[in-house]
Ligand binder design. Sequence first.
Ligand code: FAD
Length: 456
Amino acid sequence: MKNALEQRASLDALTAGRLARGRLQTSAGLTYRPYWWEAAPRRPALDALELPPQADVVIVGSGFTGLSAALTLLRNGRSVVVVERDVPGFGASTRNGGQVGSGNQKFRVKRLIAMRGRKKAEALLREGVAMLDTIEDLIAREKIDCHFSRCGRFRAAIRPEHYEAMARDMDDLREVAGVESFMVPRAEQRSEIGSDVFFGGSVLPQDASLHPGLYHSGLMQRIEEAGGVIVGGAPAEAIVPTASGFVVTTPRGTVSCRNVIIATNGYTGGLVPELKRRIVPVGSGIIATGEIPEALFAGLMPKGRVYGNTNRVFYYFRASPGERRIIWGGRVGRLANNTSPLAFRHLARDMLHVFPELEDVPVTHAWDGLIGYTFDEVPHIGRTAAGLHYAIGYCGTGVSRATYFGHKIALQLMGSKDGRTAFDDFDFPSFPLQPAAKQAVPVVETWYRIRDAVEF
Ligand SMILES: Cc1cc2nc3c(=O)[nH]c(=O)nc-3n(C[C@H](O)[C@H](O)[C@H](O)COP(=O)(O)OP(=O)(O)OC[C@H]3O[C@@H](n4cnc5c(N)ncnc54)[C@H](O)[C@@H]3O)c2cc1C
C-alpha cells in the first residue's frame, strides 16, 4: 500500500508516457542539467583560482580536446593554462552519451574509398581503431575511475535494406581495416535488445562506454596534480601575436604564452573567425530516466552495450553505469529555450517506440549540448595562418576522437613526429555561408529524416 505522500509523488512525476504525449501539467522532478553532473559536480566558474600571467601553452576550451592536450603537454614538461568560458567542462564533453566509438561508421567503407582512395581510407579506418586504444590506455595509465568498459555497440537496423547494407559494410570494414564485427539477424535480436521494432543489427564488440562526467573530472584532477591550471569564467576574448608568442586576453586577466591551442569544437565563436567559418554547431538532446524496477529492466539491454540505429537523424541509448537508468539521446527539440519538457518530448516518444513498457518510468533529467560539424564531416587538426593550433569538428563522435586529437595536437605543437595523423593533409573547407548554414540545420535535418524514411 502506498502512503498518501507516495501516491501524490507518483501522480506528479513526469513519466515517459506523459512526456511523450505532451501531457505536461507537471514537470515535477525534471532537472535541466546533465545527469552526469550528479556524480561529477561542476566546479563553479568563478572560483578562487588566479590566472597565471605566463605559461608555455594556453588552451582555449576545457573539454576532452583541451584536457587531453593539456595532459600530454604537462607530461612532457610544458606549463599549461586552460581557459574556459563557463564552468570547466561546460561543453559537450560532460553532456554526451558516453558512447565510445572509432568514428569509422560515419561513412560506409566503399564511399570512403570512393572519396579518398583505398590507401587513405585504410589509414583513416585503422586510425579510428587506434583512437579506441588511445582512450583506453590513457584511462588505465592515469588511473581514472570512469566506468570505461569495452561493452560493444549494437547498431539496430531501422529497415530490412539497412541490415543488408550494414552487413556488406561490416565485411568491407573487416577486409580493409581488419575490424571484427558480427551481424545479428532479426530472429535472434532479442539476445541483444528487448524489442522487436528493428530488423536485426550489427555488433562492434570493441566499441566502449564510459561515464563522461567522471572521465572529465578525472582528467581535471590529473592535470591539476601535474601543475596545470584550469580557470573557469575566463572566455578568451582576444589573442594577439607578440615577438615571442601570443597574449590571450580574458576578463580575469591576460596570459602570455609561446603557443595557443583552440579546443572549442561546437562552442566555437568569433574568437578565430577562420575556424568559426568552418564549424556549424548542431544541437543534441538527452533525457535520463529514473531507476527502473529490476523486473522491467532485466531484458531491455541484456548485454549492457551501447545502442544506436541506422538513421541519419538517429537516436542512441545505454544504461547509466552500474544503474538501472536509461540515458536516451537524439536530435535537439525545436524550442528556442530548452528548459521546457516539450523540447524533449520526441526523445520519450522514440524511447517508448522501442521499449513501450517504460511508459510509467519517470524522466528525471533533460539537457542538451552542441556538436561541432564540419563541411566534409571529418575532424580537422592543424595550425591557422596566424600560428594557432587547433583540433576540432568531431561531428558527434568525439569522446575518443577529441581525446586522441587533443593528444596529437599537443605532440604536433612540440614538434614530435608522433603527432602525425592520417587527417593532417586534409583541406579544411569553410561552410559557404556559415550563419546561413547554422540557420539551415533544422531544414537539413528534415531532409535527412525524409531520406531516412526512403533509403539508407
Ligand atoms: C548531447 C551530446 C551527446 C553526445 N554523445 C556522444 C557520444 O555518445 N559519443 C561520442 O563519441 N560523442 C558524443 N558527443 C560528441 C562529443 O561530446 C564531442 O565531440 C566532444 O566532447 C568534443 O570535445 P571538445 O573538447 O572538442 O569540445 P567541448 O567539450 O564542447 O568543449 C568546448 C569548450 O570550449 C569552451 N569555449 C568556447 N569558446 C570559448 C572561449 N572563447 N574561451 C574559453 N572557452 C571557450 C566551451 O564553453 C566548451 O566548454 C555528443 C555531444 C553532445 C552535445
